[in-house]
Design a protein around this ligand. Sequence first.
Ligand code: NAD
Ligand code: ZN
Ligand code: ZN
Length: 349
Amino acid sequence: MRALRLESWKSEPKLVEVPDPTPGPGEAVIRVGGAGACHSDLHLMHDFDAGAVPWQPPFTLGHENAGWVHALGEGVAGFEIGQAVAVYGPWGCGRCRRCLAGVETYCENPAEAPAPGGGGGLGADGGMADYMLVPAAERHLLPLPEGLEPAYAAPLTDAGLTPFHAVARSWGKLGPRATCVVIGTGGLGHLAVQIAKQTTGARVIAVDVRDEALEVARSMGADHLVTADAAAADRIRELTGGRGADVVIDCVGNDSTLALGAQTVTVLGDLTIVGIGGGTLPVGFFSVPYEASVQTTYWGSSPELADVLDLAARGLLTPKVTTYSLDDAVQAYHDLAEGKVEGRAVIVP
Ligand code: NAD
Ligand code: ZN
Ligand code: ZN
């Protein structure tokens, strides 16, 4: 089969022929219906050195995946050949307290996981290929609700799940008079806007450097659009009657967006860093408002993925998807790097 492989850090991935995977006990092979191109993959290709994460190339890219069950290993119950499924991407040990709660992102025994601290497309082989091997299939495959096509569902497993987790952990602060700011309305951020609109009573302010991304945010229900320039913090203060935002979800994470988050989050608010833009934020007595919480989040849990799929099945979560063939996957990443993708680029083998 064909597979888009990252052979080493700081290199371009290559489309090569590899043997078809076969499932061992407890495993499944899916025929890939869609594999999303995440900006994190650009960090793998351009920014990370050996040791930045606990796993390493070579592996097949693609960590947000959906498809159809192609083959089932011994002992896998509850799935049928041909069934449409989404892949829960972070793969833990399956036995620790967090894994038992479905929070495999923060597995306590990463050394016993298929790809310590990662998953398919992040250390283990991912979905930018004709087929993908999924270990512990009963934990890592979720049936797609009726009507959800794999190519459309694939982004839900990361670009949907990650902001869902970030917004859901702040639900208590997002009542009807609250404001949620989303910085960076690309693949993750356009869905963050919609998740905040559909699951909370808050008004949503979208912030981006690109007008096209702000227009996508508008189509996802953003109440206000703010260009990320020197006047952005003042504009957000103005839009919130001087209060600032109850919750800021930063889907960029560079020095300037973290500073914008700290300038605009309100007392008792949440500033949640989702983007891996390499920035840092000085946190001290006078640098963030009183009792404002600053946290990073990584991906989400499998019960949360079930919630995301349910929202999508009910038409409340509608990813904007641009599809590319596997032959054009490298081009998809170039377009993503140049800010030319609206919503999410999805590779359809
Ligand atoms: P993307 O390229 O699709 O979107 C990024 C958006 O940010 C673009 O619309 C871009 O125009 C905008 N942007 C860039 N600089 C900006 C600035 N200074 N101010 C405002 N907007 C700006 O990327 P994506 O796939 O949505 O990923 C976003 C970030 O989240 C990446 O760093 C990625 O690695 C990270 N990520 C984190 C997790 C996690 O679990 N924490 C999961 C997936 C992705
Ligand atoms: Zn990702
Ligand atoms: Zn675990």
